[in-house]
Design a protein around this ligand. Structure first.
Ligand code: NI
Length: 194
């Protein structure tokens, strides 16, 4: 297993809709192991395949480090589709491994029903609520090329703008390997006063 670098905003692969997986192969199975290891190394609770540069509809989730979720077993969702959303919405402060240092409140449905394939390519249906439903929606958005800040209200999004630009320029530090859109050169221009 190996830790893969996480692609950060605004790498093109993150805005592209991922492709469905038709067949599980040994190579893909090993890649899913790498995804789990990469997520764990970055202390993330979810990771989508395009966040490590592979445009396939695969996401891994592990919320077991979160209080009251210790019983949770890591899962892999292949070709996940949300079939049902609850009318009730909740607000939660989200973050993203592809947007280091950015957090922001996002409203989403409290419950979802998700159809997906597991690692054995068996079809599964899961009803999720709370944090799990939240993470599933965030990750499925990734697979469709959507960032969480695109779900923020215009006012909140405007506040996040400067940080998003910093991330795009690679001016961020992380405790996990990343592949920024524009790697920081280390040369910073002197401020000019006029
Ligand atoms: Ni994310």
């Amino acid at each position: 297993m190996s830790v893969l670098p996480i692609y950060t905003y605004n790498q093109p692969v993150l805005k592209r809709r991922t492709e469905r997986v038709e067949l599980m192969t040994e190579e893909l199975d090993a890649f899913i192991d790498d995804m789990h290891e990469t997520m764990q190394n970055a202390k993330g609770i979810g990771l989508a395949a395009n966040q490590v540069g592979v445009s396939k509809a695969i996401t891994v989730i592990d919320i077991s480090d979160v209080e009251e979720e210790e019983e949770f077993e890591p899962i892999t969702l292949i070709n996940p589709v949300i079939e049902k959303f609850s009318d009730e919405e909740t607000e939660y402060d989200e973050g993203c491994l592809s947007l280091p240092e950015l957090t922001g409140l996002v409203n989403r449905p409290e419950k979802v029903t998700v159809r997906y394939f597991d690692r054995e390519m068996q079809e599964q249906l899961i009803e999720a609520e709370g944090l799990l439903a939240r993470v599933m929606q965030h990750e499925i958005d990734h697979l469709n090329g959507i960032y969480f800040f695109e779900r923020m209200t215009p006012v909140r999004r405007a506040k996040a703008h400067a940080m998003i630009k910093r991330i795009q320029r690679g001016l961020i530090e992380t405790e996990y390997p990343i592949k920024p859109y524009k790697p920081a050169t280390g040369k910073s221009k002197k401020a000019r006063h006029s």
